[in-house]
Design a protein around this ligand. Structure first.
Ligand code: SAH
Length: 337
């Protein structure tokens, strides 16, 4: 079985999949994401998009979309912060893309005061300006892995041996889609590809090019994929990705260069560390403001959360932000062309 088929089945199988059957987030779940760490994350993302909307001339109808909204926390924090921006909420049509019915139900609850639509794919996004957020979405999309074998590639595949899953290698074959990796890899190197991510990114970028708007893609990963980044998390611990299918979160680092190549004719920004991006958006001022109302353990937790989101040794550097925007318009605040 190819790795992308394995990932899709483990994560999204209708009755046995990881996202379809459980709530993976928070202290008691398997991992914790930025919006669950602090309200500041969603607030600043929301205000970033609202400022971009203002800079674009405040179009009177637009889509405010999120891919893989988890518990709906980010969108709820963003919309609350954006109440400070006159006209923004009234002009916004909120659209979410979420594969898990269990998480959709949580999103409905978190956003009960808003009119929200769910769609199942980006090609169904309304034909109007698009302002979109994807936090830790692209890392959940299925990847394929290849090992270089001289001038060919062998695909990493999963087989069954003595009742257990085992990684194995397919035959050495040419891979035209990896021709550009012949220059920066050597025999034995592992590269990963994510066709689903490229297709989704291209459909977002096409909308932004046609109707205007912006997208913020936030994830762990780097400019170019090199090495095996396929991993599983269970109870905040790294585990063998083949050991308990459907019970562990499976992810791979995002290859931002791969996504960026699918952005044309829309433009993409420089890849920016999350810590730098949040600093530019004013996270420290917001943190100080919130701290004024806190003391004791709540204040300690707040300071820890600020550090977790921004410090280079925590999420600040591992997580990166890439923006998409329309040619002729400014990039989203906090990001550079
Ligand atoms: N953005 C949230 C959740 C990240 S986890 C946060 O930051 O907390 C990944 C999310 O993407 C989950 O909501 C998961 O159910 C959803 N997801 C994963 N693969 C998907 C797919 N192919 N289509 C739609 N949603 C998907």
């Amino acid at each position: 079985m190819r790795l992308d088929d394995y990932m899709t089945t483990c994560l999204l199988h209708p009755t046995l999949g990881y996202y379809t059957t459980q709530d993976p987030f928070g202290q008691t779940g398997d991992f914790i994401t930025a919006p669950e760490i602090s309200q500041m994350f969603g607030e600043l993302i929301g205000l970033c998009l609202a400022q971009k909307w203002l800079s674009d001339g405040a179009p009177d109808r637009f889509t405010l979309a999120e891919l893989g909204p988890g518990r709906g926390t980010l969108m709820a924090d963003a919309l609350r912060a954006c109440r400070a921006v006159p006209g923004f909420a009234d002009a916004a049509q909120i659209v979410l893309i979420e594969a898990s019915p269990a998480l959709q139900a949580q999103q409905r609850k978190a956003l009960s005061r808003y009119d929200v639509t769910w769609i199942d794919r980006t090609t169904r996004l309304p034909d109007q300006p698009l302002y979109l957020i994807a936090n830790e979405f692209f890392d959940a999309l299925p990847i394929r892995q290849f090992i270089r074998d001289e001038n060919n590639w062998r695909e990493c595949q999963i087989g069954l041996q003595d009742g257990a899953f085992q990684m194995g290698l397919g035959a050495a074959l040419p891979q035209p889609s990896l021709a550009h990796r012949m220059n920066d890899t050597k025999d034995g190197d592992v590269v990963e590809t994510c066709a689903a991510g490229i297709t989704i990114l291209n459909s977002i970028a096409t909308r932004i090019d046609t109707y205007g708007g912006a997208a913020l893609i936030i994830d762990y990963g780097d400019w170019r994929s090199l090495g095996d980044t396929f991993q599983a998390l269970q109870d905040h611990q790294s585990v063998d990705p083949l050991a308990s299918p459907g019970h562990a979160d499976l992810t791979a680092h995002v290859d931002f260069e791969g996504l960026a190549t699918a952005a044309a004719p829309a433009l993409f920004t420089k890849l920016t560390p999350q810590g730098v991006f949040l600093e530019r958006l004013g996270v420290t001022a917001r943190a100080q403001n919130l701290a004024n109302a806190l003391n004791g353990p709540a204040l300690d937790a707040h300071i820890t959360a600020h550090r977790r989101l921004t410090h280079p040794a925590e999420m600040g550097n591992l997580f990166k932000v890439m923006g998409l925007y329309q040619n002729g318009k400014p990039p989203p605040p906090g990001l550079e062309p």
